[in-house]
Design a protein around this ligand. Structure first.
Ligand code: C2E
Ligand code: MG
Ligand code: MG
Ligand code: MG
Length: 277
C-alpha cells in the first residue's frame, strides 16, 4: 500500500520544528479515505445579536466515522495539522459551507453570515487569497458575508500578515478566535485591522465568579466599541452570563444557551437579522 509522502503536503511548519518526512502518520490515509467517502459533515453553530436575532453561522467539522460514530474535531484536527491534510480538509470545508449557506440565502435568509475556522498552515500559503477569490467567484458568494476565524497564536508570524491583508482587500472579514488565551496581542488589532474578536470561552465561564474575568471582558467590549470591532462572547451557557454581557453592551453572543452546533437543515426557514451593521 503506497502512502503519500509528507513532502507532497509541503506546508510551512509554524513552530520552526521540522516534520519527519519519512514518518507518515497511519491515520493520514484514513482521513483521505474519509474525505473521498464523504464522511465529513459540517455542523453549524449560530451567533446572535443582543436581541437574540441570528447574525450568522459558524461551520464546525464533524467526522461521521463508520464505526466510531460522530467524531469531534479534537479527535482528528491535530493529526490533520501534523500531516498537512488540513489544507485539503479546509478546501472542502470552505466550498461545502458556502454551498450550504447559499441554500439558506436562497430560502430568504439572505443576510446570514458564514464563519469558517482557518488553520495556520492555510494562512501560510501564499496562494490562499487567490484560491479563495476563485472559489467565491465560482460559487458567486459575496466576500462580505464570509468571516475567517483565526486562532491568534498563529497571527504572530510575519508571512501571514501579507496573506491576511490580501484577504481583507477581497472584502472578507477577519476574526480572531479564542481571544485572550495564548499569545494575546493588541498588535494584531492595531496593525491588521481585524473585524472581530471572539472572547475565549474560559473568560465567559468564569465571568460571574471571577471579578478579573468580568473586568477583562468589559474592557474588551469597550475596546470593540472604540475601534469598531465586533465582539463575540463565546461559550455562553447561562442566562445570568447573558444578562451580564447585555449590561456590558456586548455586540454578539454564541453558546449552548442558544444552540449547539447542528446540521444545516435545522436552520432552514429561521429568521435572521434584517440588516447588517
Ligand atoms: P472554536 O472555533 O473556538 O469553536 C467553538 C467550539 O466550542 C466548538 O467545538 C463548539 O461546539 C464549542 N462550544 C460552543 N459553544 C459552547 C458552549 O456554550 N459550551 C461549551 N462547553 N462548548 C461550546 P468543536 O465543534 O468541537 O470545535 C473545536 C475546535 O475545532 C474549534 O474551536 C475550532 O478551533 C476547530 N475546528 C472546528 N472545525 C474546524 C474547521 O473546519 N477547520 C479548522 N481549522 N478548525 C476547526
Ligand atoms: Mg471558531
Ligand atoms: Mg472559538
Ligand atoms: Mg474555542
Amino acid at each position: 500500500k503506497k502512502e503519500i509522502p509528507l513532502q507532497d503536503y509541503s506546508h510551512d511548519d509554524q513552530d520552526g520544528k521540522q516534520l519527519q518526512g519519512s514518518a507518515v502518520h497511519p491515520l493520514l490515509s484514513e482521513l483521505k479515505k474519509a474525505l473521498e467517502r464523504s464522511e465529513f459533515e459540517l455542523y453549524y453553530q449560530p451567533y446572535y445579536g443582543l436581541r437574540k436575532e441570528m447574525i450568522g453561522l459558524e461551520a464546525l467539522i464533524r467526522w461521521n466515522h463508520p464505526t466510531d460514530g460522530v467524531l469531534s474535531p479534537a479527535s482528528f484536527l491535530s493529526i490533520a495539522e501534523e500531516t498537512g491534510f488540513i489544507l485539503e480538509m479546509e478546501n472542502w470545508v470552505l466550498a461545502q459551507s458556502i454551498k450550504q449557506i447559499k441554500e439558506l440565502h436562497n430560502s430568504g435568509m439572505e443576510n446570514l453570515r458564514l464563519s469558517v475556522n482557518i488553520s495556520a498552515q492555510q494562512l501560510a500559503k501564499e496562494d490562499f487569497p487567490d484560491r479563495i477569490e476563485k472559489l467565491l467567484q465560482e460559487l458567486s458568494f459575496s466576500p462580505d458575508k464570509l468571516t475567517l476565524e483565526i486562532t491568534e497564536r498563529f497571527l504572530i508570524k510575519k508571512y501571514t500578515i501579507g496573506v491576511l491583508n490580501r484577504l481583507k482587500n477581497l472584502g472578507i472579514r477577519i476574526s480572531i478566535d479564542d481571544f485572550g488565551v495564548s499569545y494575546s496581542s493588541l498588535q494584531y488589532i492595531r496593525d491588521l485591522s481585524v473585524d472581530e474578536l471572539k472572547i475565549d470561552r474560559s473568560f465567559i465561564s468564569s465571568i460571574e465568579k471571577d471579578v478579573n474575568s468580568q473586568k477583562i471582558v468589559e474592557m474588551l467590549i469597550m475596546l470593540g466599541h472604540q475601534l469598531n470591532l465586533n465582539i463575540v462572547a463565546e461559550g455562553v451557557e447561562k442566562e445570568t452570563q447573558l444578562d451580564l454581557l447585555r449590561r456590558m453592551n456586548c455586540h454578539s453572543v454564541q453558546g449552548f444557551l442558544f444552540s449547539k452546533p447542528l446540521p444545516i437543515e435545522n436552520f432552514m426557514g429561521q429568521k435572521c437579522r434584517q440588516q447588517i451593521i
